[in-house]
Ligand binder design. Sequence first.
Ligand code: NAP
Length: 522
Amino acid sequence: MTELLSNYLGGTCVMGSGAGTPLFDPVLGNELVRVDATGLDLAAGFDFARSQGGQALRAMTYRERAAMLGAIVKVLQANRDAYYDIAMQNSGTVKNDSAVDIDGGIYTLGYYAKMGESLGDQKYLLDDEPATLGRDKEKGVAFVSQHILTPTHGVALLINAFNFPSWGLWEKAAPALLSGVPVIVKPGTSTAWLTQRMVRDVVEAGVLPAGALSVICGSSAGLMDQLKAFDVVSFTGSADTAKIIRSHPAVTERSVRVNIEADSVNSAWLLPDADASSDSFKSLVREVVNEMRVKSGQKCTAIRRIFVPEAIYNVASEAIFAKLAAIAVGNPRSESVKMGSLVSRAQFNTVLLGLAHLKTQAETLFDGSTLALVDVDPAVACVMAPTLLGARDPDGNSLVHNVEVFGPVATLIPYKDLAHAKALIARGEGSLVASVYSGNSEMASQAALDIAFAHGRVHVITPDVAQIHTGHGNVMPQTLHGGPGRAGGGEELGGKRGLAFYHRRSGLQVSQSIAQALKVST
Ligand code: NAP
């Protein structure tokens, strides 16, 4: 039997009482570890986090909590090699892809450590300027409305997807902890090992108050039932599970605040000014191939739909084909390999099914199944090479705008003119991100404004920033992450904006002198 991983709850390390769910190496097929949450006293664990963890965190200032995030960064940096090893074994990722998750998480923590320092030695945040409600001119006094943000007195339950066991944890936990709210994380089971190991390292290093950070690995059963009025839940995962979370009595009856990051059919859009010889065309091709390769397309932000002027549909197909055909796909342990595995057999089968579904309305422009895989047994490994589809009739194609295949699959789509492209992009019904490629800044800016209503982020690549942009799929903590409609309607990160979810906004109606004193002490 492999090792059963511990949970951390109620300020202590606690084992599940069941046999556990095995986690596998998706490349070699062997069992790695097991996770189990059977028999945990969830009610006591949540209460401990609320009372002990919450109180201790709220007793600190933003600056002190920022320093605490800095201490977490140091712990994680000291153990980076172990994390890379776990990621390769359990997620089947090549080193560069593990970095997106591991170093992306550490960077996000570091960003909030620095940002939090600038919030100073206070325990609340002011929201906007005071508004006058009444005035006594003779006495020279005023009665004003001043909005403030104070940390919520509950726990933040973070339910995460399998694709980002590190970044998915820290992009939520950093703003929560900085806000003074204790965290209980439930990672996606198939890759829970990395999350568990990071939490274990941080808890055992003693850099956080007891109860500030807990991890429950394994079944989600009963977690939502624990949530009370001042708790919040931040969920990342599929639209189907999001529906279950949204309709849980914790949300519908106890008004537990919920943030949903769900699936998304993201777009890359080459504007009509760009022909096949332009820098914009090259940027688009590079970015599309990158998004299909990185983490084998298992990124919520990955490009799924590629919009190009219809005159260059064929040449775009050929350019992307040439780059996809040159990618070495296979065992991440092999030096030459640039694209590793999907995370599990279940995920592999789901991607195959989704691909077959999309193919019923699309042509295949590059068939990944024709590529030879490096150093893997195809009968065992969940390794899949990228596939490029084409939708020559995007108006009649209902699937390409609706079906998110969570793997290395994207579809090339020709459009007639700007209005046509905008209408097609909007058929995604709300996405996390779209990228726009153009040599014409004015046109690019207008295009971004026109599609912003349907996106959490619009990433505009003009030739002047072609070498310095941060990438279509990379979520930067400075910028909002989330999207309207089918993307879940959530908002995360975006610098200081990311703290709002973990605070309660209240309007104080007070004398002007009290309002001034509140301001002076911030
Ligand atoms: P999932 O099946 O919905 O699972 C997400 C999380 O919810 C997992 O931790 C899962 O636990 C848990 N869960 C399942 N049923 C639950 C329930 N009844 N109550 C509470 N929690 C429950 O999604 P996934 O397959 O892990 O992730 C892939 C999806 O996530 C894709 O659609 C992708 O687009 C989306 N995603 C979105 C973002 C974003 O930021 N918008 C980021 C990454 C991924 P188990 O693992 O134990 O089932």
